[in-house]
Design a protein around this ligand. Structure first.
Ligand code: GAL
Length: 343
């Protein structure tokens, strides 16, 4: 029997094998390309986990991740770490996130002027970063097109805060000018000096009052670093130094307003007016019970949803949704509104 395979058959076999190979290869490639990720790993580092406002954002971020998981069928692992006020700790957390293979980082920087260290690490690993609440300087934000920022416009918070006081004064001047001397004497509680919000909020709140024609006079002011206990100590000291003089306490955030309220309550004073910013859960409760004249709310659900939506889109290589409008392709500014007693 002639066992030789004719040349034409060999050729046919070769062509067939090659075609199968090409098909198999291209098929595999397509599969990989089309294969959507089924899970996301997001590393989140908070500048300080016990900050009330940041805690409220954290809760909303967890909600956003849960509802995304439930509606989208994509498993989300949100690894949230507390840097406890140490930039060094935060840098180590970022390294760990990278080594764990996180798809994206959400960073609330401890020192907003030192974001370049985190940016270097993220760029080297090719991992996008969504910064929030503590705004890195522009030169840093401009270093890479995979850097985003979510926050609230500080000037807007302050103008809204000032207008709470201004409209109260216009309705009832005597409720602010307690001694009837024609001026509202105020003290000012400020946040961290290195935070973009502190200086801008202070400046624009006062400017708004002046522009609205409220006669004001500053007694004193001090830095309480956003903290209730520090604000309470300062307020106690001022009440001792300036007895029966303080009529208004302007606070860069709600927690410091709550600290001032603590000191006023200890001294048995109930007629001094206070305004805050943040609309945290305890801040809103103080407005409801009439202890705080008003506060300014950045919609925390929207704030956290924006952080999450940008992060998830980046991790999946998708476009950022249109309902998250970005200024300059990287900044999302959360809408804000006034919350006051008897609106
Ligand atoms: C501010 C907020 C403060 C504090 C601070 C932390 O925007 O009003 O309460 O949370 O951020 O960075």
């Amino acid at each position: 029997m002639n066992r030789r395979v004719p040349k034409t058959v060999w050729r046919l076999l070769l062509v067939l094998a090659a075609s199968i190979g090409v098909l198999a290869l291209s098929g595999c490639g397509e599969d990989e390309k089309d294969q959507e990720k089924t899970s996301l790993r997001i590393g989140v580092s908070l500048y300080k986990g016990d900050d009330t406002f940041i805690n409220n954002i954290r809760m909303e971020l967890e909600h956003a991740a849960k509802s995304y998981e439930q509606s989208g069928g994509i498993k989300v692992s949100l690894d949230i770490q507390d840097a406890k006020g140490s930039q060094n700790t935060q840098n180590i957390q970022v390294e760990r996130f990278i080594s764990l293979g996180c798809d994206v980082l959400c960073i609330n920087p401890v020192d907003r002027t030192a974001a370049s260290v985190i940016i270097d690490k993220a760029m080297a690993a090719g991992i996008p970063v969504v910064f929030f609440n503590r705004q890195p300087v522009e030169e840093d934000m401009d270093r890479w097109d995979q850097l985003y920022y979510v926050g609230a416009v500080a000037r807007e918070s302050a103008v809204l805060q000032g207008s709470i006081v201004a409209s109260r004064y216009q309705e009832d001047p005597a409720s602010l000018d307690l001694n009837g001397d024609g001026v509202v004497s105020y003290v000012l509680l400020e946040g961290e000096s290195s935070h973009q919000d502190s200086l801008i909020r202070t400046e624009w709140s006062i400017r708004t009052l002046k522009d609205s024609g409220v006669p004001i006079e500053k007694i004193t002011g001090g830095i309480a670093n956003w903290e209730r206990s520090q604000a309470s100590a300062l307020m106690e000291q001022w009440l001792g130094q300036y007895p029966d003089t303080i009529e208004l306490v302007i606070c860069n955030n709600d927690d410091m307003a709550l600290g001032a309220i603590d000191a006023l309550e200890r001294a048995g004073i109930t007629d001094v007016k206070l305004v805050g910013i943040d609309a945290t859960v305890p801040g809103l409760e103080a407005v409801r019970t009439g202890k705080l004249m008003g506060t300014v709310s950045a919609d925390k659900e929207r704030y956290a949803k924006a952080i999450f939506a940008i992060a998830a889109s980046k991790a999946l290589g998708r476009e950022i949704p249109e309902d998250i409008p970005l200024e300059d392709g990287k900044y999302f500014w959360c809408p804000q509104e006034i919350i006051k007693e008897n609106p």
